[in-house]
Ligand binder design. Structure first.
Ligand code: F6P
Length: 328
């Protein structure tokens, strides 16, 4: 059996560990793996590389993806999709493993529906892939956020300032919520819960009245203040300018940006990625395709690709409430 494997969409720490596991487990069960570089663009262009056990040596500790990745616009076109299908046929691939987030898994579903046996692996720091408790890369990104919040708190404390910290998550507030909870943020602002600028200021004021001398406000990049849609400035900038202009507390803004996507994967991500990568190739051997391998409880299970929906939210409003309750 000959299976192609690619990484697609935003990179996530642990993608390499998943690739390594898929190749090495594949070798033990007679599955030959072919790497496809640059995500779906590489599928369209036929950018294939043979992968054996040695080709995936020394990568378990590396962030990013040695296969490169892309947000392929060409794969969204009928011509691009046909070229991809033609390359799968000419390369004699028996199927594909696709590691990525929601958009990439929709691509996986499309290919499966076209008769190309496909297995998806959730990899995205946003943790917004429906059907899995955790995606590859989330834990490492959260640890990066928490480490940054620790450092910011030192200076926020010393100068008695408010700090607005903008984290990734264009459509999902998972990183902001869990990062804010773990980092002791006073206020967490996420796309799923609109809050007005006035309420944010009132919450900062309430903290000052309770004797707090500094404040950390964690904002997801996709947050929009209730009643104040704003184009042109980032979510963090809008909140930070508003607090600074209120004159209540000196305020600074830090945008963490792509630092959150890089870095050596945490132990959790290496373990999760190794289990998911292995499970993906084992599913092929068992004849189970058209699925995404996923973490549910302690188990790795298979979720039909047809069940994945772009609106799946991993935000637990109880946890949102908890973040506020324990920050007061
Ligand atoms: O991978 C997901 C993500 O990190 C989002 O949180 C973020 O909005 C987006 O990718 C940024 O993507 P890009 O690197 O393509 O600008």
């Amino acid at each position: 059996m000959k299976i192609g494997i690619l990484t697609s969409g935003g990179d996530a720490p642990g993608m390499n560990a998943a690739l390594r596991a898929a190749v090495r487990v594949g070798a033990t069960i007679g599955v030959e793996m072919v790497g496809i570089r640059h995500g779906f663009n590489g599928l369209i262009d036929g950018d294939f590389v043979p992968l054996d056990n040695r080709a995936v040596g020394g990568i378990i500790e590396r962030g990013g993806t040695i296969l490169y990745t892309a947000r392929s616009q060409r794969f969204l076109t009928p011509e691009g999709r046909q070229q991809a299908l033609d390359k799968i046929t000419s390369e004699h691939l028996d199927g594909l493993i696709i590691i990525g987030g929601n958009g990439s898994l929709l691509g996986a579903r499309f290919l499966d529906e076209q008769g190309v046996p496909t297995v998806g692996v959730p990899g995205s720091i946003d943790n917004d892939v429906y059907g899995t408790a955790m995606a590859i890369g989330v834990d490492t990104a959260l640890n990066t956020v928490v480490d940054s919040l620790n450092r910011i708190r030192d200076t926020a404390f010393s100068h008695e300032r408010a700090f607005v910290v903008e984290v990734m998550g264009r459509e999902s507030g998972y990183i902001a919520l869990m990062g804010g909870l773990a980092g002791g943020g006073e206020i967490v602002l996420i796309p799923e819960v609109p809050v007005s600028l006035g309420k944010i200021l009132a919450d900062v004021d309430a903290g000052l009245r309770k004797g707090k001398h500094h404040s950390i406000i964690v904002v997801a990049e996709g947050f929009t203040p209730k009643g104040a849609p704003e184009a042109g400035r980032s979510a963090g900038r809008v909140v930070s300018d508003f607090l600074e202009e209120s004159g209540e507390i000196e305020t600074r803004l830090t945008i963490l940006g792509h630092v959150q996507r890089g870095g050596s994967p945490s132990a959790f991500d290496r373990i999760l990625a190794s289990r998911l990568g292995a499970a993906a190739v084992q599913r092929f051997a068992n004849g189970t395709t058209g699925v995404m391998v996923a973490l549910v409880g302690k188990e790795i299970v298979a979720v039909p690709l047809a069940e994945l929906n772009k609106n799946g939210s991993n935000i637990d409003l109880e946890i949102y409430k908890l973040a506020y309750d324990i920050a007061t």
